[in-house]
Design a protein around this ligand. Structure first.
Ligand code: BGC
Length: 231
């Protein structure tokens, strides 16, 4: 049973096939996210991306917005046309295999959590992703990104990729530290994971022992867990 894992991001779309035990069974491929990233353009990009990867029997997708039962409710960093779009059904028709879709940060976290107590994932990429897990159960679609951080900025406006380029890496890192400090007494996690493409810019030594930096490749590995109830 081979699972095609897709990670749709605001900047790139990544694909990897995982084998029976969740191990990588193909190379990891990436294409730039089309602009504008409409549903039709993204479906075309995915079809082209996965063509060389070989056979798979099911598909797991991380999507950068709110996803409820396979249907998209928001896509703040993609193009127009997503709200109400049944991505799971459209992709299943296009790829000829069953598809499960969840929020991208939620999927990323499934690939890194230990499965005990309260664990939180923040992804730092085009946007800011957030995932909460209680004893390994994912609590979906908490959109911390768009919650006000202070009277002026949301969390995402503070630490997005755009903000990184506006304020520079050093000031951005201070902002990430401030976000962690603000969330810590609210969420009381056992462990916090920082992932996403820009997490590699952070100095792991500056965080407390309950904070771990994780490889962005986990974004794809977690897709296997979306199908964990069907070995
Ligand atoms: C979206 C989230 C998403 C995050 C990372 C935010 O703008 O609202 O749903 O997880 O970006 O892609």
């Amino acid at each position: 049973m081979r699972t095609l894992c897709l990670d749709i991001g605001g900047t790139g779309i990544k694909a990897l096939i995982l084998g029976q035990g969740g191990e990588p069974a193909s190379e990891r491929l990436r294409v730039p996210t089309p602009k504008p990233a409409t549903p039709a353009a993204v479906l075309d990009a995915i079809a082209g991306l996965v063509a060389p990867l070989g056979v798979f029997e099911r598909v797991a997708v991380g999507f950068p917005g709110v996803v409820i039962a396979g249907t998209i409710r928001s896509a703040p960093n993609l193009g127009p046309g997503w709200t109400g779009f049944d991505l799971a059904a459209a992709l299943a028709e296009r790829l000829g295999q069953p598809v499960r879709v969840a929020n991208d940060a939620g999927v990323q976290g499934l690939g890194v959590i230990e499965g005990s107590g309260t664990e939180v994932v923040l992804t730092l990429g085009t946007g800011m992703g957030f995932g909460l897990y209680v004893d390994g159960i994912y609590v979906p679609n908490i959109e911390m990104a768009h919650h006000p951080y202070n009277g002026e900025l949301t969390y995402e406006q503070l630490v997005s990729d755009r903000a990184l380029h506006e304020v520079g890496a050093a000031a951005w890192e201070e902002r990430v530290q401030a976000v962690v400090a603000q969330l810590r007494p609210i969420l009381n996690w056992r462990r916090l994971y920082l992932g996403g493409g820009n997490a590699r810019l952070l100095d792991a030594g500056r965080f407390a022992a309950d904070v771990a930096l994780v490889d962005n490749a986990a974004g794809l590995m977690g897709g296997w867990k979306l199908w964990a109830d069907r070995p």
